[in-house]
Design a protein around this ligand. Structure first.
Ligand code: A2P
Length: 275
């Protein structure tokens, strides 16, 4: 199976679907990585905060795949934000992963009350030359945070990873990314196992194509140029979530799925939420 790639604004290629690893921990991540890589995943998303990087790295080694075949994302926040702190943060990630580099390093949360995402980003910019990170990006940033960042720094983030599903479509953030060449990555694209997947609109579309509602939601991400990173530890669902490249949604179906955003579902607010 060939997974299409998106090209980041620095020319690096990123597989258009990845494996989310939260809330896996070190003790259970490794076998999931082996199963996922066998199923065809080549893009894995982790973070220092998840407490699973040792398990993720172990699983990658257990799979026997060559490191350069994979696209690995990690994220830094908390103690690793602020001037120069990301240097030690990246080293800590690499030490846990037992890898020489990550493909993408993100600021996990803007934490605007700390007022240090600009200084963190300036340190991220210096890390690119170290060879320990191929691309740098952000997560959970609003257009206002990005405006501030772009005005004060040199490198445009390659990605903004945000919570995005048919119930939380975040049109402003997606449009901002398109306008600035920032790829939008969707975390919790399946709604974290909520009742999203039994929505009647999704069920009708799924039935038409002989797919599951999860596959329809992931395909909707692909049609919109987004990069979903669904999490699963279940071998059947891991395979199912990759099997989305043999059908296409109509523009009416894409619009109907986008219209499921009622604004009713609780959203993570990066301005106030520091986790
Ligand atoms: P599991 O790991 O048992 O498969 P999200 O990525 O939106 O946060 O969603 C992750 C949740 O959705 C997990 O609870 C995961 O459970 C479940 N999940 C993942 N893939 C599917 C699928 N294809 N169908 C139904 N549930 C899924």
């Amino acid at each position: 199976m060939t997974i299409p790639a998106v090209t980041l604004n620095n020319g690096v290629q990123m597989p258009q679907i990845g494996l989310g690893t939260w809330p896996l921990k070190d003790h259970d991540a490794a076998p999931v990585m082996v199963t996922a890589i066998e199923a065809g995943y080549r893009h894995i998303d982790t973070a220092f905060r998840y407490g699973n990087q040792r398990g993720v790295g172990q699983g990658v080694r257990d799979s026997g795949i060559a490191r350069e075949e994979l696209f690995i994302t990690s994220k830094l926040d908390g103690e690793f934000q602020g001037e120069n702190r990301a240097i030690a943060g990246l080293d800590a990630c690499l030490q846990q992963l037992q890898m020489d580099y990550v493909d993408l390093l993100l600021i996990h949360w803007p934490l605007p009350q700390r007022n240090d995402y600009v200084s963190t980003w300036k340190t991220f910019e210096t890390l690119v030359a170290s060879g320990k990170v191929r691309s740098i990006g952000v997560s959970n940033f609003t257009p206002a945070h990005l405006d501030h960042l772009l005005a004060e720094t040199t490198i445009c983030p390659a990605t903004n990873q945000i919570q995005l599903s048919p119930r939380i479509t975040r049109p402003d953030q997606v449009a901002y990314g398109r306008a600035h060449g920032i790829v939008t990555v969707s975390w919790s694209p399946l709604g974290q196992g909520s009742d999203l997947l039994s929505d009647p609109t999704l069920q009708a579309i799924a039935q038409k194509y002989g797919k599951t509602t999860a596959q329809v939601v992931l395909r909707w991400n692909i049609e919109l140029g987004l990069v979903p990173i669904p999490k699963s530890s279940n071998p059947v669902r891991l395979v199912q979530n990759l099997d989305i490249f043999d059908f296409a949604l109509t523009s009416a179906e894409i619009a109907a799925i986008t219209a499921l955003d009622t604004g009713a579902e609780k959203r993570v607010d990066s301005d106030v939420d520091g986790h």
